[in-house]
Design a protein around this ligand. Structure first.
Ligand code: PEP
Ligand code: MN
Length: 337
């Protein structure tokens, strides 16, 4: 349930209610908006309890949240959440562009890509060091060596970096090298991993599972937020459908609906969303038009030789052109690069 405080409520009254809820065994989450203060209480409630809380001083009304996702929902927090990574802000008027290779392969590949994407307007660098591959016989990432390269290149270029973490035991390790943690599609329902990144101090990018419903996706976000980490950005990266002409189907309906249901920023990944580099530009335009707060795009100095996801990776020239070609749509949706 959510407890909406009256405008004139005193801080002590807000504190007293939180204390009472904790005594009753509720998980308590405070949201102090410009307009109103709202307390989210997660736990079992009875009609009597709702009445007794509603009668406490300073309370305007108590509203049960009917949707199974609570902390990520607009019922709990109506204002758009902004998530900050260095100087980059997701959920504001900037369309945040994260770009870089699928996997970190070597220093030269990562550094040249970082310099190019930065010059072309990207705000953050991506690159996987731990790669969850469908086949155990393909490149699995450089692991710690890759993390070191990420950190080095981030320092050299000033770009904050995001990289994937695949195991709960490695969250602390990865957090030492990156500014944002990525939970990949295959791990969207790895609950121990979600709980662990929920305890981390870093922002998290939560990619939608390959066959996850919107509700399951938001429930995964709940696992992170419930642990106290509110810095969650969602990423629509395509789902599996009957269509085989594309690697996945970028679900723009989900993107638009999640923007309504949740206050969390939502970005799109047209690279994994389609699996084809020639579709990255049209899908980037479409995602921004549908309300995306940013894009994640794979770029490689030589896609033909990439150790993973070459067919969907843009060349340097294509990426530089893409950021230019997004200008009219960005203007139309009143966002800036
Ligand atoms: C990736 O971003 O490289 C990746 C593996 O993505 P996903 O988890 O969406 O497949
Ligand atoms: Mn990839």
């Amino acid at each position: 349930m959510i407890i909406i405080m009256s405008r004139s409520a005193q801080d002590e009254q807000v504190e007293r209610i939180q204390q009472r809820l904790r005594e009753l065994g509720f998980g308590v989450h405070l949201s102090q908006g410009v307009e109103k203060t709202v307390i989210g209480a997660i736990g079992d409630k009875t009609p009597e309890l709702i009445h007794s809380i509603a009668a406490m001083e300073g309370v305007e009304r108590v509203v049960p949240v009917l949707k199974p996702f609570k902390l990520s929902s607009r019922d709990f927090k109506s204002d758009q959440t902004q998530v900050q990574v260095g100087d980059v802000v997701f959920g504001g008027n900037q369309a945040v562009i994260i770009a870089g290779p699928c996997a970190v392969e070597n220093q030269e590949q990562l550094l040249s890509t970082a310099k190019l994407v930065k010059a072309a307007g990207a705000h953050m660098l991506r690159g996987g060091a731990f790669k969850p591959r469908t086949s155990p016989y393909t490149f699995q990432g450089l692991k710690v060596e890759g993390l070191k390269l990420i950190q080095e290149v981030s320092r050299e270029t000033g770009l904050p970096v995001i990289t994937e973490v695949v195991s709960p035991h490695e969250v602390e390790l990865v957090a030492r090298y990156a500014q944002m943690l990525q939970i990949g599609a295959r791990n969207m329902q790895n609950f121990p991993l979600l709980q662990e990144v929920g305890k981390a101090k870093l922002p998290v990018l939560l990619k939608r599972g390959i066959a996850a419903t919107i509700e399951e996706w938001l429930m995964a976000a709940e696992y992170i937020i419930k642990e106290g980490n509110y810095q969650v950005v969602l990423c629509e990266r395509g789902i599996r459908t009957f269509e085989t002409a594309t690697r996945n189907t970028l679900d723009l309906s989900a993107l638009a609906l999640v923007k309504k249901w949740s206050h969390l920023p939502v970005i799109a990944d047209p690279s994994h969303g389609s699996g084809r580099r020639d579709l990255v530009l049209p899908l980037s335009r479409a995602a921004l038009a549908a309300g995306a707060d940013g894009l994640m795009i794979e770029v490689h100095p030589n896609p033909e030789r990439a150790l993973s996801d070459g067919p969907q990776s843009l060349t340097f020239g294509e990426f530089a052109q893409l950021t230019k070609d997004l200008a009219p749509i960005l203007q139309a949706v009143e966002r800036v690069l």
